[in-house]
Design a protein around this ligand. Structure first.
Ligand code: PMP
Length: 365
């Protein structure tokens, strides 16, 4: 099912049901998709290079812009290398095609994103799901299912997009110690958002990058588009050699690659945008808590609220529209019972906009 059709008026407003509404949604955590320098980088690249590299990375399309972008992504993450691909969804397949042979079984959080679950299905590996965010259940599943000396790979989202929960990677790492296992974390919602330098959930929890494989996207924190794998040289080499999904795809549209390059360097030079958003997120979550909504107290700027009843949610939806706020109502796999409203705080949301949102919700209760 698709969401409602929206006409965007500017970065903060949409036209919906005959009204101009404030849009506190959209997974563009720093509103980089409208940043003038990012947009200019795209238009300049279109003028200079055209739109497409017109060939896969393995043939004639290994454009120098991709190499430059991969260097800038690896600098951002402090890794030896990086892979940039056409989408975040694809990046999980790309990475697994390179590393799956190093593991004997997959253990996946039951609420992981479909891109991880789809990627895992492509391999003839025993796959077990464990309870959402539950390291004890993971330990149980490993003990029950793993044959001696077999190597497990745990697959999980870093930040879960529905409610902004964060996977307890350190607990998983401790459980995996005895099994020589590793974790593949899809940090699509954590990149440029979570951790001191925006490197993601492993950085925030001080988990050694040695035991984590990380994928992500350029479409959310960086606001542009494209998939990421940030890794050591050995893994990058394996992707180049074994990942047909990577080498067989034409890379990102060139204006998008140039825009992403600008966005990554802007956030690398303005880390305060990341840490400020974390602080504001925690403060706003406290305010939601005060008016009676429970939500995971994480620094992920995702605010999921529900009145746990679709009729009541519908009334809240009307009240939001009356007060000029777009109701980002979602009833999608992973959403709480009765659907929920998923508001997003961004670096460009003003304090007045935050107040307006809270006052509207409070008045509707
Ligand atoms: N992983 C997660 C956890 C996501 O939420 C998304 C986007 N919804 C993706 C992967 C896919 O990223 P992209 O939109 O860049 O393909």
């Amino acid at each position: 099912m698709l969401g409602p059709e929206l006409t965007f008026l500017d970065r903060d407003h949409v036209w919906y049901e005959g009204k101009k509404l404030l849009y506190l949604a959209g997974i563009d955590y720093h509103r980089m998709s409208n940043d003038p320098q990012v947009v200019r980088a795209a238009t300049e690249a279109a003028d200079k290079y055209g739109l497409s590299a017109t060939g896969s990375r393995a043939t004639t399309g290994n454009h120098s812009l991709y190499i430059e972008l991969e260097r800038s992504v690896s600098d951002f993450f402090g890794t030896q290398g990086a892979i940039v691909s056409p989408s975040g969804y694809l990046s999980n397949t790309i990475l697994l095609q390179a590393i799956a042979d190093d593991f004997d079984a997959f253990f996946i959080d039951e609420k992981s994103h479909s891109s991880l679950a789809d990627a895992a299905k492509q391999f003839a590996k025993p796959t077990y799901s464990f309870h959402h965010l539950d390291s004890q259940d993971l330990a149980k599943q490993l003990a029950r299912n793993l044959i001696p000396n077999a190597k497990p790979l745990v697959l999980t989202d870093g930040v879960f997009p529905s409610r902004g929960e964060i996977a307890p990677l350190m607990e998983y790492a401790n459980v995996l110690n005895a099994f020589n296992g590793k974790i593949l974390v899809d940090d699509a919602h954590a990149i440029a958002v979570i951790g001191q330098n925006g490197r993601g959930t492993w950085e925030d929890q001080h988990v050694s990058p040695e035991i984590v494989y990380q994928t992500g996207t350029l479409s959310k924190g960086f606001g542009v588009g494209g998939g990421i794998v940030a890794a050591n040289s050995r893994t990058i080499e394996k992707v180049h050699r074994h990942s047909l999904a990577f080498v067989g795809s034409t890379g990102l549209a060139l204006p998008i690659a140039a825009a992403a390059l600008q966005s990554v360097s802007h956030l690398a030079q303005n880390k305060h945008l990341i840490t400020d958003l974390q602080k504001r997120t925690l403060a706003l979550k406290q305010r939601f808590k005060k008016i009676g909504f429970s939500m995971p107290m994480t620094a992920a700027p995702i605010f999921s609220i529900t009145l746990e009843d679709s009729e009541k949610n519908q009334r809240l939806s009307h009240r939001l529209i009356e007060n000029g706020v777009y109701p980002p109502y979602i009833n999608y796999p992973g959403a709480p019972q009765g659907g929920h409203f998923r508001f997003i705080l961004t670096s460009s949301t003003t304090h007045d906009q935050e107040d307006r949102l809270l006052e509207t919700i409070e008045s509707a209760l």
